[in-house]
Design a protein around this ligand. Structure first.
Ligand SMILES: Cc1cc2nc3c(=O)[nH]c(=O)nc-3n(C[C@H](O)[C@H](O)[C@H](O)COP(=O)(O)OP(=O)(O)OC[C@H]3O[C@@H](n4cnc5c(N)ncnc54)[C@H](O)[C@@H]3O)c2cc1C
Length: 416
C-alpha cells in the first residue's frame, strides 16, 4: 500500500480499520543470498538498498529483539555533515543528500527537519578551529556559516552569553543539519525492504556463525540454522560479540551513552545546539520536550542504562549554557551501547573471511550516517568493491596508520 494524502483520507472514512501491517512477520527460510545480522538503522537500510539499488531481494535481516530496540530507537535524532577530514566529509554529505530525499524515496514520514545545527565557540582558538572546519566543509560543497555572538544571541536569546568562565563568542552553523524522527527511520526502511521481498525476522538472535572451508555457510540462531551465501554484520554496540563468533577481535570498545527528554515546553530552541565548553547538546522535539545529552559514561558496558554521575555532569553543563534549564523537569532518561572505535570513525569493509562483511564503529554519531551507511554497505556486499565515498573506512587502516581521527584525540575510544 502506498501512503498518500488520499489513502489517509479514505482510511479515515473507513474508521482506519483497513491499514495493512507495515511489514510481514515471516518465519525464516532455510537459505538466503544475503543475511544481515542486526535490525537497527544500518542493517535495515542495507537491506533496503540491496533490494532497491541492486535487485538483491532474497535477503533476511535477523534482529534479536524487536525492531528499533537498539540505538536506532535510542539516539537524540541529530543529523549533520559538518566534518573536517576528507575521509568523513563526502560520506556524511552523501548521507545528508539521502536524508533530503528519503521520505519521498521510501514513502514514509520520517519528520526530516532541517532546522540547523549550531556548535558554539567560547575562545578565539575555538573560533579559529571552527573557521577551518567551516572552510573545509564549504570546499566540499557543504553549507557552513560562522556566526558572531550577536547573530547567535538573536537565534537563542535565553542562553548565558556572559558566563564568567565560558562566555559564548559565536558559533558554526550548518543550516541543512537538523533532526529526524529516529524510529520512523527504522520503520520506513523496514517497510521499504519488506515491500521488495526482504524477510525481517524479529526475536531471532544469532548465536553462532558456521564456516566450512574458510567460508561462512550460515548462522546458528534461536530459530534454528539459516544458510546464506553472504553474511553482513551490522550489530553496532554488540559488534565485538558477533565478530568474536568468527574469532575476530575488532578495534572497538562498547560504552554507554545516555540521553534525556524534558517535559513539553512552548517553542524555545529552534535548532540543534551544542555547547563548546562542555559536552552538552540540546534540541526541542516536535512535541515540545527538550532532547539532550552529553558524553559517554566512560566505562565499558553492554547495559542499556547509565549512572548518576553522568546525569549530574550533563545537567551541570546544560545549566551553565542555559540557566533557565534548572527549572525544567526531566521526564525520562535512557542509555544505548556504543561501538566506539579507536579513531572515532566507522568501518564498512570486507573481512579476512571472503563472504563476511562488517559495518561497525559508529561511536555516538551513527544515526546521521544511516542512509549512506546502508547505501555503501549494500554496494560493497553486492559488487565486492567499496563505494567511492566509503573507501577510507577500511578495517586495515589501523594497521596501515591511515586513521581518521576527526577530533585529534589519539587512539582512545572513550575520548572520541
Ligand atoms: C543516547 C544516544 C544518543 C545518540 N545520538 C545520536 C545523534 O544525535 N546523532 C547520531 O548521528 N547518532 C547518535 N547516536 C548513535 C546512533 O544511534 C548509533 O550510532 C546508530 O544507531 C548505530 O547503528 P544501528 O542503528 O544499526 O544500531 P542498533 O539500532 O543498535 O542496531 C544493532 C542491532 O543489532 C542487534 N543485535 C546485536 N547482536 C545481535 C545478534 N547476535 N543477533 C541478532 N541481532 C543482534 C541489536 O539488538 C540491535 O537492534 C546516539 C546513540 C545513543 C545511544
Amino acid at each position: 500500500m502506498r501512503y498518500s494524502a488520499l489513502s489517509v483520507f479514505l482510511n479515515g472514512l473507513r474508521g482506519n480499520s483497513n491499514w495493512a501491517a507495515a511489514w510481514r512477520q515471516p518465519e525464516p527460510k532455510p537459505h538466503y543470498d544475503v543475511v544481515i545480522v542486526g535490525g537497527g538503522g544500518h542493517g535495515l537500510a542495507t537491506a533496503y538498498y540491496l533490494a532497491k539499488q541492486h535487485g538483491i531481494r532474497n535477503v533476511a535481516v535477523l534482529e534479536k529483539s524487536w525492531l528499533g530496540a537498539g540505538n536506532i530507537g535510542r539516539n537524540t535524532t541529530i543529523i549533520r555533515s559538518n566534518y573536517l577530514l576528507p575521509g568523513n566529509n563526502p560520506f556524511y554529505e552523501l548521507s545528508m543528500k539521502l536524508w533530503e530525499g528519503l521520505e519521498q524515496d521510501f514513502n514514509y514520514n520520517a519528520m526530516v527537519s532541517q532546522r540547523g545545527v549550531l556548535n558554539l565557540y567560547h575562545t578565539d582558538a575555538q573560533r579559529d578551529a571552527y573557521t577551518r572546519r567551516g572552510n573545509a566543509m564549504r570546499l566540499h560543497g557543504v553549507d557552513a556559516e560562522l556566526l558572531d555572538r550577536e547573530a547567535v544571541r538573536e537565534r537563542l536569546p535565553f542562553f548565558d552569553y556572559d558566563n564568567a568562565r565560558f562566555p559564548i563568542k559565536g558559533g558554526l552553523l550548518q543550516p541543512r543539519g537538523g533532526s529526524v524522527r529516529h524510529d520512523a527511520v527504522a520503520w520506513g526502511y523496514a517497510r521499504g525492504a519488506d515491500e521488495r521481498g526482504v524477510d525481517i525476522i524479529q526475536h531471532c538472535e544469532v548465536t553462532g556463525i558456521r564456516r566450512e572451508n574458510g567460508r561462512v555457510v550460515g548462522v546458528e540462531t534461536t530459530k534454528g540454522f539459516i544458510g546464506t551465501n553472504k553474511l553482513a554484520l551490522a550489530t553496532a554496540g554488540h559488534s565485538s560479540q558477533t565478530a568474536r563468533m568468527v574469532d575476530m577481535t575488532l578495534p572497538l570498545e562498547s560504552h554507554v551513552l545516555q540521553a534525556f527528554v524534558s517535559e513539553g515546553l512552548k517553542p524555545f530552541i529552534d535548532s540543534v545546539v551544542t555547547y563548546g565548553a562542555g559536552h552538552f547538546y540540546v534540541s526541542q522535539s516536535n512535541k515540545g520536550g527538550l532532547v539532550f545529552g552529553g558524553d559517554i559514561d566512560g566505562y565499558n558496558s553492554y547495559a542499556q542504562r547509565g549512572n548518576l554521575a553522568t546525569v549530574e555532569h550533563v545537567a551541570e553543563a546544560g545549566v551553565a549554557m542555559i540557566p533557565s534549564l534548572s527549572r525544567v523537569r526531566v521526564l525520562r532518561s535512557w542509555g544505548g551501547v556504543m561501538d566506539m572505535s579507536m579513531d572515532g570513525s566507522p568501518i564498512i569493509d570486507r573481512t579476512h573471511i571472503d563472504n563476511l562483511y562488517l559495518n561497525a564503529g559508529w561511536c555516538y554519531g551513527g544515526f546521521k550516517a544511516t542512509p549512506a551507511s546502508g547505501f555503501c554497505f549494500a554496494h560493497l556486499i553486492a559488487t565486492g568493491e567499496p563505494h567511492a565515498t566509503a573507501r577510507a573506512f577500511r578495517l586495515d587502516r589501523f594497521r596501515r596508520g591511515y586513521v581518521i581521527d576527526e577530533k585529534g584525540q589519539g587512539p582512545q575510544p572513550n575520548l572520541h
